[in-house]
Design a protein around this ligand. Structure first.
Ligand SMILES: [Zn+2]
Length: 291
């Protein structure tokens, strides 16, 4: 069984990840974004030289925009920039997986999730909403003190996140980053977009802040489905090392008994991990294996 040490994992790792500034310095736009920029320049030039071809150039630009929107509406898409859908390969070879728990902290659910994780000696990752963290600061500190990763899930979890302009988008991320860093003593290193939806503006912003976008391998749909058996089945069907699992302590659906479904699912999920000899780690620990 894994024992949980106080403090954060990364401080114990030999391979300290590069600071945000170093990551930002190496940033390059994703191939699709570079191709989109080239296409827009080409369309402008062609319109200047051959104005009568405007229906074709406009069509090409619109098709490109549709492609970008479709990519942003696909949470596990890689084409808008780096996006973890699994742990790095080295973590998988060690039999590691990650349990990520979103939308908290929640005063009713989070303490009970922490107790379940403690009883099983398991680390997890809490993607916290900044505004909720300011309302329940002690819960965020409890997560960090128990050795779990505390990461950035935006400031207000706005449904409009994916269509925000550059300034609002930056504030959404930076406010949560500031809140969580103040509460835990360490800035988050991972970001998950609300509902996984994003725009092409997000990638450069995350790189500048030294944040790694993370989606998931499997999710239980536990905000909309209160059937614990079904949620567990979605998470454990084809479960394998390297998977990133998604559950929710905030916005949790209730089962037939009125219990937040994550509390029904988590004990059996943790038992199954043990049976399959998979070790749950916080995302920070996996950062040491990042390319
Ligand atoms: Zn969420």
């Amino acid at each position: 069984m894994t024992s949980i040490d106080p403090g954060r994992v990364i401080s114990q790792a030999n391979t300290e990840p590069p600071p945000p500034q170093a990551r930002a310095a190496r940033w390059r736009a994703a191939p699709l974004l570079r191709a989109s920029a080239a296409l827009h320049c080409g369309a402008l030039g062609l319109t200047a030289l051959r104005p009568h071809l405007w229906p074709w150039t406009l069509g090409a630009v619109m098709a490109n925009h549709l492609h970008l929107v479709a990519a942003g509406l696909t949470p596990r898409s890689q084409v808008l920039g780096s996006n973890w859908t699994r742990l790095p390969a080295q973590a998988a070879t060690k039999g590691q997986i990650a349990i990520t728990i979103d939308d908290g902290p929640d005063p009713e659910v989070t303490p009970r999730v922490l107790e379940l994780l403690r009883a099983h000696g398991v680390r997890a990752t809490f993607f916290c909403i900044g505004e909720r963290a300011r309302r329940h600061p002690a819960l965020v500190r409890d997560c960090a003190a128990a050795g779990h990763s505390v990461e950035n899930h935006s400031d207000r979890h706005s449904l409009a996140f994916s269509v925000m302009g550059p300034r609002r988008l930056r504030l959404e991320i930076e406010r949560a980053q500031h809140t969580l860093a103040e509460l835990t003593g360490q800035p988050p290193r991972f970001f998950r977009a609300p509902a996984g939806l994003r725009s092409p503006l997000l990638d450069p912003l995350l790189q500048r802040l030294g944040l790694q976008l993370t989606s998931w391998t499997r999710r239980g749909f536990d905000t909309v489905n209160g059937d614990g058996a079904r949620v567990l089945q979605r998470l454990t069907r084809s479960l394998s090392a390297g998977d990133i699992l998604l559950l929710h302590d905030g916005h949790a659906a209730r089962n037939a008994a009125g219990m937040p479904v994550v509390l029904e699912v988590l004990p059996e999920l943790l038992n199954q991990l043990k049976l399959r000899q998979l070790r749950a780690i916080g995302l920070e620990e996996a950062l040491a294996w990042a390319p």
